[in-house]
Design a protein around this ligand. Structure first.
Ligand code: ADE
Ligand code: ZN
Length: 326
């Protein structure tokens, strides 16, 4: 069996995905049209051509602009449903996905419009496609603490629909410590916590995410390799890292997939996983991410199987649910 077929066939889980990052240009044009919103590009091809990034911020500027055309509950449903049907074809059976409420509430879209649209699609995904899910509400770290507190307040009526809070957007200059109190309150309210750390930011931000935000999973975490003590700690804890190879390549976190740290991390016994981050912008969903590293790093089927198994281990499925799926 070829490595392609092996990757396609194995049931997978995705643990690091921004639903706003699955907004494919074709759907963006369709939704913009029905909402009578303008996109500053004349065609799908022109828009796709703008997807060339030198760093995280250049991507975020385009990603937030794209999200501006999402207005109604139906829009959020359609966005989420398109993602689920896409990954269903790729044999993804469980997803733990982020949404960024502030990207929408700051434009006057009600919190409940956003979450209801996403949630109904996830429920349909469960009943019609057999894809189980968890939802993670992510705070935008370039905004202030007060805005994050306000968002947490808005989420409380939907507590049962949200498993965890996260932290994303512009990393450098916005350390985890900025949100220590919001995360403490989130934990009090019963949420798990995760955070993007060590994507562009230093290893120090990973320490802060562990010690101050009490995270149960690190999103990205590439830069942990700069700090041997930190690696020891992460190995000891068997703390999951959600790596995103094609995202790292497109945002110039790595210059070439051949330099991607995932193989070295596996050797060090870190609990690493493969994810797609913002597939509509980075040129690939789950299978393309696995295949990208498999080829660049010459991974064996056994190593691929270990990565897939790691994702189930790192997921928030119950032990019984994991056993049924691994
Ligand atoms: N928001 C969406 N994708 C992101 C990423 N890779 N890093 C930080 N914030 C994000
Ligand atoms: Zn991300």
């Amino acid at each position: 069996k070829s490595i392609e077929k092996f990757i396609e066939g194995i049931p997978k889980t995705e643990l690091h995905l921004h639903i706003e990052g699955t907004f494919e240009p074709e759907l963006m044009f369709e939704i913009a049209k029905r909402n009578q919103k303008k996109i500053p590009y004349n065609s799908v091809a022109e828009l796709k051509n703008a997807y060339k990034f030198n760093n995280l911020q250049e991507f975020l500027d385009i990603y937030y602009a794209g999200a501006n055309v999402l207005i109604t509950e139906q829009d959020f449903y359609d966005l989420t449903w398109a993602y689920l049907t896409k990954v269903h074809e790729q044999n993804v059976v469980h997803v733990e996905i982020f949404f960024d409420p502030q990207t929408h509430t700051d434009r006057g879209i009600p919190f409940d419009t956003v979450i209801k649209g996403i949630r109904s699609a996830l429920e349909d995904g469960k009943s019609k496609l057999g894809i189980t899910y968890k939802l993670i509400m992510s705070f935008l770290r370039h905004l202030d603490e007060a805005s994050a507190f306000k968002t947490l307040e808005q989420a409380l009526p939907y507590k049962d629909w949200i498993s965890a809070v996260g932290l994303d957007s512009s990393e450098v200059g916005n350390p985890p410590s900025k949100f220590e109190r919001v995360f403490a309150k989130s934990i009090e309210e019963g949420f798990l916590t995760v955070a993007h750390a060590g994507e562009e930011g230093p290893a120090e931000y990973i320490w802060e995410a562990l010690d101050l935000l009490k995270i149960v999973r690190i999103d990205h975490g590439n830069r942990c390799l700069d700090d041997a003590k930190l690696v020891d700690r992460l190995v000891d804890l068997q703390m999951p890292l959600t790596l995103c190879p094609l995202s790292n390549l497109e945002l110039k976190v790595v210059q070439d997939l051949k330099e991607h740290p995932i193989a070295e991390m596996m050797k060090k016994n870190l609990l690493v996983t493969v994810n797609s981050d913002d597939p509509a912008y980075f040129g690939g969903y789950m299978n393309e991410n696995y295949l990208g590293i498999a080829k660049a790093l010459d991974l064996s089927k056994e190593q691929i199987a270990t990565l897939v198994k790691n994702s189930f281990t790192a997921s928030w499925l119950t032990d019984q649910e994991k056993e049924m799926r691994i």
